[in-house]
Design a protein around this ligand. Structure first.
Ligand code: FES
Length: 105
């Protein structure tokens, strides 16, 4: 599922940083949370549960854990709790991840 972004696009003269989401370079406004950047990018799910249910950021304040993504090789990172930075590499999580930073369970 992929739906159009529900957010306004930034003004053209706004400074941008580049992050990489599943291999795609996207430009986002500096200072926003990664969760906001991902919602702005696609509005689609940021992870899937072990049973295949789609999930994405919900509370935007570190409570629900629905925004977990892999950031620079670290899985289970709460996207709503970190700010985007230049060159950040983000992967959407499909299924469970090990707590110690490994791959699929
Ligand atoms: S959106 Fe709820 S913990 Fe990140």
């Amino acid at each position: 599922m992929n739906i159009a972004s529900r957010f306004q696009t930034p003004l053209e003269d706004t400074p941008q940083v580049t992050i990489h989401v599943d291999g795609n370079a996207i430009m986002v406004s500096p200072g926003i949370s990664l969760a906001a950047a991902l919602l702005s990018y696609s509005g689609g799910p940021t992870r899937m549960t072990a049973k295949g249910s789609e999930r994405t950021a919900f509370c935007m304040m570190g409570v629900c854990f629905e925004c977990l993504v892999d950031v620079d090789g670290t899985p289970n990172t709460q996207a709503c709790m970190i700010t985007v930075r230049e060159g950040m590499v983000v992967k959407r999580q499909i299924g469970l991840r090990r707590l110690n930073g490994g791959g699929d369970v």
